[in-house]
Ligand binder design. Structure first.
Ligand code: ARG
Length: 463
């Protein structure tokens, strides 16, 4: 009992099972740096405001720095029996400083602490993840530059639809990632406000300086309402939502890579270092990494649902339910990092089998729209041209031909508007080259979007 900081009101030891059930140090221990950072700011403010003596404040700060160094170096291990990281650090401080250590918690609550620690911790993690996403976008842009002429089929309904290039396809993901970076930035900006000083829920009677602690910790401002300060977890859900979308993008791309690796497509070959074999089938080379990313996307979505569901019925202000926020958001952070970190080098080392892409593009009548457009450009209304082309495709299927190999007389039997130049008009290269509308797959159009993406990414890098 003597171990519990709140022991005063209690006459019995807390049940060992309850203690273990209640304890969060196993997972919130990872915030020890941020907890100490928050405590140093708080102690500084207490000293400056004359709430505790200046020399006590300085001693506390030195003590906290010592604890930080000792945890960092492994000299001090987190006690698994402590209730949480906040209690652990404070207890350790008191162990080291005696009565002076007991002054740190003046005018502060753990509700304050956990709210401030989590914001500080996530702020750091976002910066790391953001840099990883920037690197992924850079890698994709680099690959896109090499493949502006690599023709492949574009799909709708997973049916070959119209010809595109690999660069065009890769760039679609770059734009998704740029939005992801924007969402991370938004989440980071909105979460960067300071709850410290909210107290347990109703502020404090001491003359504190919340602006000072907010400034010391690099927040934009103190949160204006103490109830909101200790009970807001919007930032966890918002960040997790940004993660879910990022993972959704990685997952869609992973799904495509899984398909592309199959013998049915064979558009790419993963580097041996990024694929795995089978324990029984000697021929297998499996895209496990991409499958795991697809799987982990479900897990991160689960974390988001955990956070939203945990919060939806909570009365103001703090409730212990909120301790559940950390495992969910930490799990999302860890898995997003793992996924992006593995995905980028896997992509960068992946071999593109251009010939297979092109062969696939040559099948499936993906130039049928261009054939119809050929007639339209010669004056025929689009709907009539569409119908004629459809009939020609049916003829090709019956004769086991393609539009490129169908004899001119078959074309001209449908309409005299067809002349020898139809073959040039429907060649894959022409089909891609002529799709120069803004955002389209022609090499020129793609080069323009690459330049734009580089400019936008450059601006984001300098932010
Ligand atoms: N471990 C708690 C959490 O993670 C810290 C806040 C506890 N506050 C309290 N009044 N029990 O939410």
């Amino acid at each position: 009992m003597a171990d519990m900081m709140w022991a005063g009101r209690f006459s019995k030891q807390v049940d060992a099972g309850v203690n273990a059930f209640n304890s969060s140090i196993a997972f919130d221990g990872r915030m020890y740096r941020h907890d100490i950072q928050g405590s140093i700011a708080h102690a500084t403010m207490l000293g400056d405001c004359g709430i505790i003596k200046k020399e006590d404040s300085l001693e506390i700060i030195e003590g906290l720095k010592g604890i930080l160094a000792d945890i960092d170096s492994g000299k001090l291990e987190l006690d698994p029996n402590a209730e949480d990281i906040h209690m652990f650090v404070e207890a350790e401080l008191t162990k080291r400083l005696g009565d002076v250590g007991k002054r740190l918690h003046t005018s502060r609550s753990r509700n304050d602490q956990v709210a401030v620690d989590l914001r500080l911790y996530l702020r750091d993690e976002i910066a790391e993840i953001r840099a990883m996403v920037v690197e992924l976008a850079d890698t994709l842009i680099r690959m896109a530059k090499e493949h502006t002429e690599t023709i492949m089929p574009g799909y709708t309904h997973l049916q070959r639809a119209q010809p595109i290039t690999l660069a065009h396809h890769l760039m679609a993901y770059v734009w998704m990632l740029l939005r992801d970076i924007g969402r991370l930035d938004d989440a980071a900006e909105r979460m960067n406000v300071c709850p410290l000083g909210s107290g347990a829920l109703a502020g404090t009677t001491y003359h504190t300086n919340r602006q000072q602690t907010s400034d010391l910790l690099g927040f934009t401002e103190p949160m204006p309402n103490s109830l909101d300060g200790v009970s807001d977890r919007d930032y966890c859900a918002e960040l997790c939502c940004a993660f879910s979308l990022l993972m959704t993008h990685l997952s869609r791309f992973s799904e495509e890579i899984i398909l592309w690796c199959s013998w049915e497509f064979k558009f790419v070959e993963l580097d041996d270092a990024f694929a795995t074999g089978s324990s029984i089938m000697p021929q297998k080379k499996n895209p496990d990494v991409t499958e795991l990313i697809r799987g982990k996307t479900g897990r991160v979505n689960g974390d988001l649902v955990t956070l939203l569901t945990m919060m939806k019925g909570l009365p103001l202000a703090y409730n212990k339910d909120m301790q559940e926020d950390k495992e969910a958001i930490f799990d999302a952070v860890d898995n997003v990092k793992l996924c992006v970190k593995t995905f980028t080098p896997m992509l960068a080392t992946m071999r593109v089998l251009k010939d297979n892409m092109r062969r696939a593009a040559a099948k499936g009548f993906i130039n049928a729209t261009d054939c119809a457009d050929y007639l339209v450009k010669k004056g025929m209304p689009f709907r009539d041209a569409y119908k004629i082309t459809g009939t020609l495709v049916a003829q090709c299927i019956e004769k086991e031909l393609t539009l490129e190999t169908l004899p001119l007389e078959d074309y001209r039997a449908m309409t005299e508007l067809f002349t020898e130049d139809v073959y040039e008009a429907i060649s894959l290269d022409t089909c891609v080259r002529e799709r120069k509308s803004e955002g389209g797959p022609s090499p020129d159009a793609v080069k323009k979007q690459i330049a734009l993406a580089e400019e936008r990414l450059g601006a984001l890098k300098n932010d």
